[in-house]
Design a protein around this ligand. Structure first.
Ligand code: KIV
Length: 279
């Protein structure tokens, strides 16, 4: 008899009720194997459109398509059983109208099985967020630095330095929360402002380059593992996997070149066969 253990997957609501409680831990993942590793440890996994830059070497996230997000969303869902999986809506798949956003989000949710989507933008996206939430799609907001607005912002810049910009980001947070977002990513926003927004909003804020006062934190996995060549100031490298990979690949190359790999334990000898000949 098989003793199958049913694992309950976290939902958007499980994240929403964490407002003001123990910090919410989140990371990005684009693959089944990393999703599997994160699953036991984090509260939610974001299939970020940063995959365009991290996996594909693109300069920005703008060329990322809905099909790319769905492909990697499916992979992450296969790897993770426990954590809530949130999939980013890529540039061009939701901004035109609430109806366009609904069609795109339905594809994402039906084809990946994920529990929520994320959309970038503040007040301008409030109507769309409300439209999605009212139709059964949990939405995570994203304010402050919104990388899909790269061309209008003029680069990846810290947000909210002057009083006018700060008021505008606060109004964005209020509008997105009021529209029904269950949590809001606050990216590259000056620290006191991110703290103030967290205190002000009724839903959890998830900081990235924001404030330790945020209700949770998220980083791009490859950045915090030390795999990315250049990272913003807000990233702490919690590991140095690039070094580990380089050392392993160098050891492999040396073993192939001196024929010490494959060794006897790595080859299939005929039944009753003798050891590899020594030469
Ligand atoms: O695309 C992404 O990885 C993100 C996070 C950086 C929040 O949006």
């Amino acid at each position: 008899m098989s003793a199958e253990v049913q694992v309950r997957r976290s939902t958007a609501n499980d994240i929403r009720v964490r407002k003001g409680g123990e910090p919410i831990v989140a990371l990005t993942s684009y693959h089944a194997h990393t999703a599997h590793l994160l699953d036991e440890i984090v509260d939610f996994i974001l299939v970020g459109d940063s995959l365009g830059m991290v996996m594909h070497g693109l300069e920005t996230t703008l060329p990322v398509t809905l099909d790319m997000m769905i492909l990697q969303g499916k992979a992450v869902m296969r790897g993770a059983q426990r954590a809530l999986v949130v999939v980013d809506m890529p540039f061009g798949s939701y901004e035109e109208s609430p109806e366009q956003a609904f069609r795109s989000a339905v594809r994402v949710m039906k084809e990946t099985g994920c529990g929520a989507v994320k959309v970038e933008g503040g007040r301008r996206m409030a109507e769309t967020i409300r439209f999605l939430v009212e139709r059964g799609i949990p939405v995570m907001g994203h304010i402050g630095l919104t990388p899909q607005a790269f061309n209008t912002i003029g680069g990846f810049k810290v947000q909210g330095r002057d009083p006018h910009a700060a008021e505008s980001i606060k109004a964005d947070g209020e509008a997105v929360a009021e529209a029904g977002a269950f949590a809001i990513v606050v990216e590259a926003v000056v620290e006191p402002l991110a703290r103030e927004i967290t205190a002000m909003l009724p839903v959890p804020t998830i900081g990235i380059g924001a404030s330790p006062a945020c209700d949770g934190q998220i980083l791009v996995l490859e950045d915090m593992l030390g795999l990315s060549a250049r990272v913003p100031k807000f990233v702490r490298r919690f590991g140095n996997l690039a070094e580990g990979i380089r050392e392993a690949v160098e050891a492999y190359a040396a073993a192939v070149r001196d024929r010490s790999f494959p060794a006897e334990e790595n080859v299939y000898l005929p039944k009753g066969g003798t050891a590899l000949p020594k030469d």
